[in-house]
Design a protein around this ligand. Structure first.
Ligand SMILES: Nc1ncnc2c1ncn2[C@@H]1O[C@H](COP(=O)(O)OP(=O)(O)O)[C@@H](O)[C@H]1O
Ligand SMILES: [Mg+2]
Length: 226
């Protein structure tokens, strides 16, 4: 589902070259939950950025669903994210003027899905994160944990096959963190390729395998990726 080979990313910072990723290779299959750990600055967010097509590598190959991202235009990359790759950040970035349900419908409406189907798919996705009864709530009336679940519902809506999450529990207490990781585990069990960068050790009870990043280099300790 996700296949990186020899991917390098560099940033220029105050005249110095930072090797954020150095010849990173990894695979992640459908139906698996990969945890990316490692200290701050080790390249976790950069790795997720490359997988979601938000960052272009300096060298190497990134394939998602068998498609080489290097061959895609910015519009095609945006379209790939819209249809196939959901992204979740520490802050859920819900639109505060929209209800939970409307927020989840957004990626579908942006694809031109007609309102009735968008509504029912959004309800289905909210149901999967345990919020089927709160579709009409405005974000301000939801708890932090509930807002993050809405963000996950939005990232998964319409059957996206890859979910990339960057510190998704960074603003949550441990009970809510377990709830969020449990939802991501269920998504993986339904066949989604889930990739999570996290400092939160709770994630180890939910992930199939662990990728340790250090100084832009990764080390896979479990599972089939290589
Ligand atoms: N836009 C950027 N400009 C310059 N340096 C960056 C940029 N983004 C990340 N970096 C550097 O790349 C390295 C990896 O960063 P990052 O992927 O955010 O690590 P992590 O998510 O593990 O904390 C760090 O040294 C960071 O300072
Ligand atoms: Mg980060």
């Amino acid at each position: 589902m996700v296949d990186l080979s020899d991917v390098s990313v560099e940033f220029e910072d105050a005249g110095e070259t930072v090797h954020a990723l150095s010849r990173v290779s990894m695979k992640a299959d459908a139906g698996t939950f990969t945890w990316i750990g490692g200290p701050s600055g080790s390249g976790k967010s950069t790795l997720l950025g490359v997988i979601s097509g938000l960052l272009e590598p300096k060298s190497g190959r990134v394939c998602v669903r068998g498609i080489d991202l290097a061959g895609l235009s910015q519009d095609q990359l945006a379209d790939l994210r819209l249809k196939h790759v959901g992204v979740v950040f520490q802050e859920n970035n819900l639109i505060k003027e929209f209800s939970a349900g409307e927020n989840v419908e957004l990626p579908l409406r942006a694809q031109g899905v007609e309102p009735k189907s968008a509504f029912s798919l959004a309800m289905e996705s909210l149901g999967e994160v345990g919020l089927g009864n709160l579709a009409n709530r405005m974000p301000a009336k939801l708890s932090g944990g509930q807002r993050q679940r809405v963000g996950i519902a939005r990232a998964l809506v319409g059957g996206r096959s890859v979910l990339v999450a960057d510190e998704p529990t960074g603003s949550l207490d441990s009970a809510n963190s377990r709830g969020v990781f449990g939802i991501l585990r269920e998504a993986a069990d339904r066949g989604v390729c889930v990739i999570v960068a996290s400092h939160d050790l709770e994630v180890r009870n939910y992930a199939d395998r662990f990728i340790q990043m250090r100084d832009g280099v990764l080390n896979i300790t479990d599972g089939a990726g290589n």
